[in-house]
Write a protein that binds this ligand. Structure first.
Ligand SMILES: *Cc1c(COP(=O)(O)O)cnc(C)c1O
Length: 416
């Protein structure tokens, strides 16, 4: 298909065919950084996406936890159309009413004090990292350090890839940003050990549920323990809720399951149902660290993105999508457990709400294409973990279909 639309040389065509077969689709003018599947979508409705040939797919990925309200949600479409006609962007040189409203709403839902808006997850995390460093400098710590986790994912900018616990993300981009101390995830003793000998630590930065790392959940007791250590040491507890936040786990924010308050929280992916936005929220001792001129963003918190977020939050609230995420999350996990019972190669089915991981005893990247062929969109992360992040508007029948199709695919793949 793309061979017809692009004038390319024979050599390029050979590379293109190679790429389709072995490393995703090649396009001559796109930087070749994604192993794309050789297909494209034309439109979507609810939890369904349609490809250019008119085939439909149940979307159990939601653009990697982004399309909270699924596709073409009538209330979001209407709100965005109206807002586009009114104002898309002004500037943070002026007051922005929609941004003020969104900050009020997020503060109300989270108990946090203040928000800074940007456009993506890594930017939200950059803000958190800068804020932690400034917090340290304000306390007279010249080389402030942040404790980060093994298998963490915080983004692809220099500071966030340095904070990420995955060598593949970092390789070739050295020198890395310094000032990170890495410890095993969900291991309080490891953090306590650092607390005893390292006096330049200013913060702990953690995903309450690791997403890219394989849907790995931190225990509530661990998060509570981190809160205690941070309180005792004067450190900031910073949670990266870029993937697990905004209702996906059945609470507004994943850390709320542990009943603690962080000092800093970052959000992005699902916050505006696909319109780019990021947010860095602060409470307690992190409040007031950034002052005039400390940080900024041209696009961050523009009226269009803020209306998308406000509408997303309003629909979650009005349609009880938190309850839906809890109910359907349990239904999907229990359904998969029942359907895959006795399959030894399925080592664990876990998650919270609509953030679900199915771990196998072997690499299973092939399942993505098999699922696609069966009309289902899923993802595999950390090599061996099937990751499900369906939109929060998923309904019971769709959840059932997901369980039936996926369990059949996994059994077929395993020959079980
Ligand atoms: C996706 C993700 C990021 C990075 O977000 P981008 O918008 O891609 O920059 C950061 N942290 C977590 C936990 C994520 O899942």
């Amino acid at each position: 298909m793309f061979l017809i639309s692009c004038a390319i040389t024979a050599a390029q065509a050979a590379v293109a065919i190679w790429n389709v077969c072995f490393a995703g689709v090649f396009m001559p003018h796109l930087m070749n950084v994604y192993a794309r599947l050789p297909m494209a979508f034309s439109h979507g409705e609810g939890a369904w996406l349609y490809d250019e040939q008119g085939r439909r797919y149940l979307d159990a990925l939601a653009g990697i936890a982004v399309n909270t309200l699924g596709h073409g949600h009538p209330r979001l479409v209407k709100a965005l159309a109206e807002q586009a006609g009114r104002l898309i962007h002004t500037s943070n040189l002026y007051q922005i009413r929609e941004q003020e409203k969104l900050a009020d709403k997020l503060a109300d839902l989270s108990g946090m004090d203040e928000c800074f808006f940007c456009n993506s997850g890594c930017e939200a995390n950059e803000a958190a990292i800068k804020l932690a460093r400034l917090y340290g400098h304000n306390k007279g710590i010249e080389q402030p350090a942040i404790i980060v986790m093994e298998k963490a994912f915080h983004g692809r900018t220099l500071a966030t890839l340095s904070a990420t616990g995955n060598r593949k993300v970092q390789a070739g981009f050295e020198p890395l940003v310094t000032g990170f101390v890495r410890v095993p995830f969900d291991d309080l003793a490891a953090v306590e050990a650092v607390a005893q000998h390292n006096s330049s630590v200013v913060a702990v930065f953690i995903e309450p549920i690791q997403g890219e790392g394989g849907i790995r959940l931190a225990h509530d007791e661990y998060i509570k323990g981190l809160r205690q250590i941070c309180d005792a040491k004067g450190w900031l507890l910073m949670v990266d809720e870029v993937q697990c936040g905004t209702g996906r786990t059945g609470r507004w924010f994943a850390h709320q399951h542990a009943g603690v308050m962080p000092d800093v929280m970052t959000l992005a992916k699902g916050l505006a149902s696909g319109v780019p936005i990021g947010a860095c929220l602060v409470a307690g001792k992190a409040t007031g660290v950034f002052t005039l001129g400390s940080h900024g963003s041209t696009f961050g918190g523009n009226p269009f993105a803020c209306v998308a977020a406000l509408t997303t939050l309003a629909v979650i609230e009005q349609d009880d999508l938190l309850g839906n995420a809890l109910r359907l999350g349990d239904k999907i996990r229990n359904g998969l457990r029942a359907a895959l019972e006795g399959v030894a190669a399925v080592t664990e089915i876990r998650g919270d709400g609509l953030m679900i991981g199915i771990e196998l005893d072997r690499p299973c990247g092939e399942l993505v294409q098999l699922a696609l062929d069966a009309g289902l969109l899923i993802n595999v992360t950390a090599d061996k973990v099937v990751r499900l992040l369906p939109p929060m508007i998923l309904n019971e029948a769709e959840a059932d279909e997901l369980v039936t199709k996926l369990s059949r695919l996994i059994r077929g793949f395993l020959g079980a």
